[in-house]
Design a protein around this ligand. Structure first.
Ligand code: ADP
Length: 247
């Protein structure tokens, strides 16, 4: 298969911090509508891998291609423009603005004039806000101040803010941390919905949740890939049981 069949092609990627290889000649391909979950013990390099893909950290060697464009040395903001979205664990929403306004200012055209909030909300943007709000289950909360939302709703709002930019690759770091059972269930449905239009990479520790959402699982250990495949295959792998699942 050629690289053009993948949304993301990471090849021989390496990053060293003071001589320590946090990512070590790692190769990974993600399909266009794939929901990939990355698991592995603490310190395996999961967060560093996502940092390298979004440009927060620069690689020491190897390559990252997205939609067949070389990203490896591209600045972080240019990767966002190219369609890469990243959500961290702590939501970065505007607590004093309504859900509607949070989504509205996340629309790429709305960004540059956010300071003055002078952005004229066109009908097209309003429609986009409604569609995204429906996707994240917050349509009935459009006028609610974001600071008043529950923990889970804040996490969904941040996903919605990223969706406003129509990313073709969305990366999420432990999206269900601190959520109730019902919120976890709704998040699983949300992730399954959003990967219909893009590739999604999730770092997750909750194995029940991983089983529910993953098309494929990548197990990382010491900056390398220890195993990769469907969850049933990965969880039966003695190497994986030894370094991660058996503990
Ligand atoms: P995980 O997300 O799987 O828990 P990380 O990617 O956070 O693992 O970390 C992988 C390894 O790289 C750890 O040993 C961590 O201490 C190290 N590391 C990550 N970022 C840096 C950095 N900026 N400087 C030095 N070491 C780092």
């Amino acid at each position: 298969m050629s690289n053009t069949d993948f949304a993301l092609a990471v090849e021989d990627l390496t990053v060293s911090f003071d001589g320590f290889k946090a990512i070590d000649t790692l190769t990974l391909y993600i399909d266009k509508n794939e929901l990939r979950v990355i698991i592995g013990p603490n310190g395996a390099g999961k967060t560093t891998l996502l940092d390298l893909i979004c440009g927060k950290t620069k690689a020491s060697a190897g390559s990252i291609k997205f939609k067949n464009t070389e990203l490896t040395r591209m600045a972080e903001h240019k990767r966002v423009r190219l369609g890469i979205g990243r959500k961290f664990q702590t939501p970065s929403i505007y607590e004093n603005l309504s859900v509607f306004q949070n989504l509205e200012v996340s629309y790429p055209a709305g960004r540059s004039v956010f300071g003055a909030l002078a952005f004229q909300c066109t009908e097209a943007v309003r429609e986009k806000v409604r569609l995204v709000a429906e996707d994240i289950g917050l349509l009935a909360k459009l006028d609610t101040e974001a600071g008043l939302l529950s923990h889970g709703q804040k996490q969904w709002l941040e996903i919605g803010m990223l969706l406003m930019q129509e990313p073709e690759l969305l990366m999420l770091d432990e999206p269900i941390a601190g959520m109730s059972a019902r919120e976890r269930e709704l998040t699983a449905e949300l992730l399954k919905r959003i990967c219909r239009n893009r590739a999604v990479i999730v770092i997750e520790h909750d194995m029940e949740f991983v089983k529910r959402i993953a098309h494929k699982v990548t197990v990382m250990h010491q900056g390398k890939i220890l195993a990769e495949g469907p969850m049933e295959q990965v969880q039966a792998d003695p190497k994986v049981i030894d370094v991660y699942l058996g503990h």
